[in-house]
Ligand binder design. Structure first.
Ligand code: LLP
Length: 385
C-alpha cells in the first residue's frame, strides 16, 4: 500500500524504476531468521532472486549466507562482504574458470550436479593442492506442484544427480582425494505454495541421508533448497509464513545431533519488497479491447511474458476511483507477449498516470534485459527521497 507521499515522489521521477521497501525487507528477513533460529536452521539467500546492492546489503547485515549459481554471483557475494565460509555454489554448468575462482576463495561448498562435475572439481582442486568441499545435489523426483517452467526436482529435469547414479557417485567420492563430502542438497522448485510437498521432500532427504550414512559417509549438511512461494494476489499481506514452513522440516526431517539443516530462500525473502513503477504512455480504446501502454515492458519485468505470471497492477494516480474499465496492460517492446495482464479491471486510465506492478522484488530487476536497446533499469528506496 503506497502513501500519498510515496505517490507524489514517484510522480516526480523518470520512469520506469523499481521501488524497494527496505523496511519491509528488514521485517521479512527478521521474521525469517527468528523462525529459523528456533530450530537452529541455517538460511542462505538465493542471490539469483535479486542482487541489487541495497537488497543484498540488508541480507548480508542480517548474517545470512549466499547461495550462488554462477561465478558472477560468487564474486558478487564475496565482494559484497558475505563471509567466504557462508557462500555456496550451485548450478548445472559450472565452468572451469568459475570453479577455480570459487576454489581460490575457499567457499563453504559446491553443490555438485553431475558425476562429471565431481571429477572436474577434484581435478581442479588437485592442481591447486586444495580440498574442495562438496554436497551432492540429488534429484529426488518430488513434484513441487508449481509452474512447469520452475519445477526442478523431477526425473525429466536437468538438475541434480539422479538416484540411479548414486552408487557411481559414492565411488567417485571415495576415490577423489581432493574432495570432501559434506552432505546432500535438494531443490525441487520455486513458488511453492502447497507446503505439503515439502513433507514428501523430507521423506526423500531422510532416505538419501541414510543411504549415504549406510555406505560410510558422514552427512553433515542436509540442504533442502528453497522455493517457498509468496501470495502474488495479496501484495499487502506481505510476509510469508516462515513459521509454518520451517516447522514442516522440524517435524519431518530426521536430523542427527551432528547435522546442520540448510535452506536457500530467494523469493520468500525479497519478493514482496519491490514494485515496478511505470507511467502510462498511451491509452488505446478499441472495439474489442482497451490497451494501456506503459513505459515499462518485458525488458524490465520478464515474468509475465515468460511464465504468464500474475502480478497485481494498480493505477496509483486514480487510487480513490472505482475500477470500471477492463484494460490489457502492455509494454512498448516489439513482442506480443509483452503484456503484464489481460482484462485488468481498473479505474479509467489516462496518459501519464503512474502504475505500480506489485510483488516484483524476486526475479524482476535481475531478469531485466537490453532487448530493443532499452536503458538500464533504475531503482530507488525511501532513503532516496
Ligand atoms: N536453490 C536453487 C538450487 C535454485 O535453483 C533456486 C531457484 C533457489 C534455491 C531459490 O528458489 P526460491 O526460494 O527463490 O524459489 N525465475 C523464476 C524462478 C526461478 C527459480 C530458479 N531457482 C521466476 O521468476 O519465477
Amino acid at each position: 500500500m503506497f502513501s500519498d507521499k510515496d505517490i507524489a515522489h514517484f510522480s516526480n521521477l523518470e520512469t520506469p524504476f523499481y521501488y524497494y521497501d527496505l523496511e519491509l525487507l528488514q521485517n521479512t528477513i527478521k521474521t525469517c531468521t527468528n523462525a529459523a533460529n528456533k530450530y537452529e536452521f541455517h538460511v542462505h539467500y538465493a542471490m539469483k532472486a535479486n542482487f541489487n546492492d541495497k537488497v543484498i546489503n540488508e541480507i548480508r547485515q542480517a548474517g545470512l549466507g549466499a547461495d550462488c549459481v554462477s561465478g558472477g554471483e560468487v564474486r558478487k557475494a564475496i565482494e559484497s562482504g558475505f563471509e567466504n565460509h557462508k557462500v555456496v555454489f550451485a548450478g548445472v554448468g559450472k565452468s572451469d574458470k568459475e570453479i577455480n575462482y570459487a576454489l581460490d576463495h575457499n567457499i563453504f561448498c559446491f553443490n555438485v550436479e553431475s558425476l562429471q562435475e565431481l571429477e572436474v572439481i577434484n581435478e581442479l582442486a588437485a592442481q591447486k593442492q586444495k580440498t574442495a568441499k562438496v554436497a551432492i545435489r540429488i534429484n529426488p523426483n518430488v513434484d513441487a506442484h508449481t509452474h512447469a517452467n520452475i519445477t526442478t526436482g523431477l526425473d525429466e529435469n536437468k538438475f541434480g544427480i539422479n538416484s540411479w547414479d548414486m552408487l557411481a557417485c559414492a565411488e567417485i567420492l571415495r576415490k577423489s582425494a581432493n574432495l570432501e563430502f559434506i552432505g546432500i542438497h535438494f531443490h525441487i522448485g520455486s513458488q511453492i505454495t502447497n507446503l505439503d510437498v515439502y513433507k514428501n521432500l523430507c521423506v526423500r532427504v531422510n532416505e538419501f541421508a541414510s543411504w549415504f550414512e549406510d555406505k560410510g559417509f558422514k552427512v553433515g549438511v542436509l540442504n533442502v533448497g528453497g522455493g517457498l512461494g509468496i501470495d502474488y494476489h495479496k501484495p499487502d499481506q506481505q510476509i510469508p509464513d516462515f513459521e509454518a514452513y520451517f516447522k514442516i522440516f522440524n517435524d519431518f526431517l530426521d536430523v542427527k545431533p551432528y547435522q546442520e539443516v540448510h535452506f536457500e530462500l530467494g523469493r520468500a525473502l525479497v519478493g514482496q519488497c519491490a514494485s515496478l513503477i511505470s507511467r502510462v504512455l498511451y491509452v488505446k480504446n478499441g472495439k474489442k479491447k482497451n490497451f494501456v501502454v506503459l513505459d515499462a515492458g518485458m525488458t524490465e519485468l520478464m515474468r509475465p511474458a515468460l511464465y504468464q505470471a500474475y502480478h497485481q497492477i494498480e493505477n496509483l494516480s486514480k487510487k480513490q476511483e472505482p475500477a470500471t474499465v477492463k484494460y490489457d496492460i502492455v509494454g512498448p517492446i516489439c513482442e506480443s507477449t509483452d503484456c503484464f495482464g489481460k482484462e485488468v479491471l481498473l479505474p479509467e486510465t489516462h496518459r501519464n498516470d503512474v502504475f505500480a506492478i506489485r510483488s516484483t522484488g524476486a526475479y524482476g530487476e535481475v531478469m531485466a534485459s537490453h532487448y530493443n536497446l532499452r536503458e538500464d533499469i533504475r531503482s530507488y528506496t525511501a532513503q532516496d527521497f
